[in-house]
Design a protein around this ligand. Structure first.
Ligand SMILES: [Zn+2]
Length: 63
């Protein structure tokens, strides 16, 4: 089984970003249609690195 690749989504307008980690290998292309912070539709998407995932987990623990 292939482990799903976490994806880092970022809004260039307001700087919002979040890591989307699929629970299965079912392909979900766009977990966010628009930025939940400012509503911008131009979300950047790239494979999340190990650092991105670690930072995301820490930010959820400490927020
Ligand atoms: Zn935004």
């Amino acid at each position: 089984m292939i482990r799903p690749q976490p994806m880092l989504y970022r809004c260039p307008k307001c700087g919002w970003k979040d890591v989307f980690a699929p629970k299965s290998d079912m392909l979900i292309e766009k977990p966010w249609e628009a930025c939940p912070n400012c509503g911008g539709h131009e979300l950047e998407c790239k494979p999340a690195g190990a650092m991105d995932v670690a930072v995301e987990k820490l930010s959820k623990i400490f927020s």
